[in-house]
Every structure is written in structure tokens, then in C-alpha cells.
Design a protein around this ligand. Structure first.
Ligand code: SF4
Length: 398
């Protein structure tokens, strides 16, 4: 499988892009985690990875979206973004998830990538704004992978994302990325109305036929102003997702990512272990993208993000509460404890709509990726090795 995967990557991407991916993300990513491990031994928590929502603007209106897409769009200023990244690099953090809203709505996204050729960026996008011109510039820059979200067939996509022709516009963007030999992935938040179509070997074969390099499966989180809880997976379906990922990793020459389980199949929460935190479009520092509460901003301490993050008592309290409550997702399993955490730390509601606390209060507890006694260990050695060394609890759950 490794040989097939390597052949496919070499045949469908640009070698310079592959080198940037291997060095800026792969090599520097491993060093970033080694530095993270050494820091936490001293009780100092600065994440090796940051997720940054650079804008709240979006052309879609998805069910389960927590972003203020219906309000006038916010944009993180390029100067603040550059300072954040320069200071994060000083701590060895060179990898950044770029989210929105729809990141390509931010007029300076490509300037941000150009300003940091030594970094690697993963851009979470619906693909609608990826033209030949944009793709050609991305190829020239070489330091970003596109993770394009597909949520179902044409009908389901329009229903889930609140617009028409969503899938065909996305597929056009996907095709443009692949034609320009960009490293390209497809993300899906798996839910009840797309699990039958998108959690199948046939769908992976279709993506491989098109030239897609990796997939990232999330589980649908029923949150935000339009939570649509009837879409959330049952515990049995969450286990089905886990088993599918483990089985397909051995069989299909395509990367299959999840951010929920370690090499033993034990659940984990990236925010609870301090592996990553989230920056909102207004510069708020949140535990993770769907926890829209903050006690600090990236502009605090003259933009010294290391000082602000490592001294943030509320993040320390979050890690303690979340890891103490579950190995899974505290938002899903214990919204009551999360609400207490918000009130105890007097955190700001970071939304424009100012309804995050009411939304949290109305959440009903449900299962998440933590299915104790039903752990499914990794079977394919590259994933087992990678997760064993670079994606596990880091002592948060012991
Ligand atoms: S709190 Fe939930 S959504 Fe946030 S990082 Fe943890 S598992 Fe993911």
C-alpha cells in the first residue's frame, strides 16, 4: 500500500510541493511535537498546531455551523496574522489550519501564505473560490494543502449547506486543484444523511480515480444556531466510522485522517491535551473552534502569543475539566460541565450573535468518539507508528 500511495503522490503532484509538505509539515511537525512534549514536562502548554479562522464570511449556510455567517463578515488583519505566526514559529510551530467561514473570502489569504514560505498551511474550504488563477498561485507558493469539504450528493449538499449547486461548484474547485497538481484532500463531517454515500469503499475509489490524496472524516457536531441534532451519528455509527477508517487504511492508496483516536483506538480531544487551540475571526483565543468563549486575544501582551497562551488560566482549567470528564468531546458528552467552566472563568461569548451560552445551555448530552470497551486499535503500521509517537494523550488522561 505504501508503494502504491507513494507512486500516486509522485505521479499526481509537483515534486517541489511534495518536498515542502514533507519538510515544512512532516519534519518540522515532528520537531514541533518533540518541543511540545518537552514543554509540557515543565508544565508549559503552548500548542504545536494552531487553527485560525481568518474570516467569518461565507457563501454557504450549513446546518450545524457555529460561525456567524449571517452577520457582516469579520476579517483577521494580515498584520495580526503575520505577528501571530512569527511568534508561534519562535516556539517551533510551523503548521497552521486555516478555517473560516470560507477562507478564500479573505482578500489577503494568499499574501499570508506568501509571507511564510517556511510554514505549512491546511486550508479548510468549500472549493467554490478556487479558480485557475488562484490554483496557479497556490502551486507557485507550494506551502499549502487544500482540504475541500463534501457533505453528500447534490441533493444532500444543497440541503445541508443551504444553497443550490453546492456540490457541482465544489467539484469544479476540487478538479482545478488536482489539475494544478496541488496536494488535495476531501473532508466530510459524517452524519445520518451522508454516511451511506460517503463512508464507503466506492466513494474512496471515486476520490482515488479523481486523484485526491487524502480524506479527513469528522463526526457531525449538532451545535450553533442551526444544530439539527437529528443529523448526529448514533454511537453504533461512530464505531462504524472508526472501523471503516482502520480497515480502509490497509486497503486503499489514499490517506485517511481522523483527529479522534490514538494508536490503541482510545479516544482523545486535541484541545484537552493542549495539542491545538483556535483563534476566532476577531482574534479571540478559544479552546477549540466550536467552544466560542474566550478570556484572551492574540493582541494581548503586544501580540506575545507564547505569554498569552501559556499564562491563560482558563485554558489550563479547560484541559483539567475536559480531560477529567471524558476522553471524548466535552461539548457533546458534558455540556453542563462546559457551561460551569465558562461561568467559573467569566469567559466572553465570542460570537456576534451573542447566543453561544444559550446554545450551550440547550445542548442535550450525547455520545462522542469515546466508546469505552469498544476501542478499535490501528492495524496498519504507518498509522500505528505515527499515532503512537505523535498523536496520543500526552499524559492528559492518566
Ligand atoms: S472539545 Fe470536542 S470538538 Fe473541541 S477539540 Fe475536543 S473533541 Fe474536538
Amino acid at each position: 500500500m505504501i508503494l502504491q500511495m507513494t507512486k500516486r503522490m509522485l505521479a499526481t503532484t509537483d515534486l517541489r510541493l511534495l518536498w515542502k509538505f514533507s519538510y515544512n509539515f512532516g519534519f518540522k511537525g515532528v520537531l514541533a511535537i518533540q518541543r511540545f512534549k518537552r514543554r509540557i514536562k515543565r508544565g508549559v502548554y503552548f500548542p504545536p498546531f494552531l487553527n485560525i479562522s481568518i474570516t467569518s464570511g461565507c457563501n454557504l449556510r450549513c446546518q450545524g455551523c457555529w460561525v456567524d455567517v449571517a452577520s457582516p463578515p469579520q476579517y483577521l488583519p494580515l498584520a495580526d496574522l503575520n505577528r501571530l505566526i512569527v511568534n508561534a514559529k519562535k516556539q517551533g510551530s510551523y503548521f497552521f489550519g486555516i478555517l473560516g467561514g470560507e477562507p478564500f473570502i479573505h482578500p489577503q489569504l494568499l499574501d499570508l501564505l506568501a509571507a511564510h514560505p517556511d510554514c505549512y498551511f491546511q486550508i479548510f474550504t468549500n472549493g467554490h473560490f478556487i479558480t485557475d488563477e488562484v490554483a496557479a498561485r497556490l502551486r507557485k507558493l507550494g506551502n499549502a494543502t487544500l482540504l475541500i469539504s463534501i457533505e453528500g450528493n447534490e441533493t444532500i449538499s444543497d440541503e445541508r449547506r443551504g444553497r443550490e449547486k453546492v456540490l457541482s461548484n465544489t467539484m469544479r474547485g476540487l478538479e482545478t486543484c488536482l489539475r494544478h497538481r496541488l496536494i488535495t484532500g476531501v473532508a466530510t463531517s459524517v452524519c445520518r444523511n451522508n454516511i451511506g454515500d460517503l463512508l464507503t469503499a466506492a466513494w474512496l475509489d471515486e476520490l482515488i480515480r479523481r486523484g485526491v490524496h487524502y480524506v479527513w472524516y469528522y463526526t457531525y457536531r449538532p451545535i450553533g444556531p442551526q444544530p439539527t441534532p437529528e443529523l448526529a451519528l448514533t454511537p453504533k455509527q461512530v464505531l462504524q466510522l472508526r472501523r471503516f477508517c482502520v480497515a480502509m487504511r490497509k486497503r486503499k492508496p489514499i490517506g485517511i485522517i481522523d483527529a479522534y483516536w490514538d494508536d490503541q483506538g482510545q479516544a482523545l480531544c486535541p484541545a484537552a491535551i493542549g495539542l491545538s487551540h483556535h483563534i476566532s475571526p476577531a482574534g479571540d483565543i478559544e479552546p477549540c473552534p466550536i467552544i466560542q468563549f474566550a478570556g484572551a486575544k492574540i493582541t494581548d501582551n503586544d501580540g506575545d502569543i507564547f505569554k498569552t497562551l501559556t499564562e491563560a488560566e482558563y485554558l489550563r482549567d479547560f484541559r483539567r475539566v475536559a480531560a477529567g470528564a471524558t476522553r471524548g468531546c466535552i461539548v457533546l458528552e458534558r455540556p453542563d460541565l462546559l457551561r460551569e467552566f465558562v461561568l467559573r472563568n467569566k469567559l466572553r461569548d465570542t460570537t456576534i450573535r451573542q447566543t453561544a451560552l444559550a446554545e450551550l445551555t440547550s445542548l442535550q448530552p450525547r455520545g462522542s468518539q469515546h466508546t469505552p470497551g469498544q476501542e478499535v486499535p490501528e492495524e496498519f503500521w504507518p498509522y500505528r507508528f505515527a499515532k503512537k509517537n505523535w498523536f496520543f494523550g500526552f499524559g492528559a488522561y492518566s
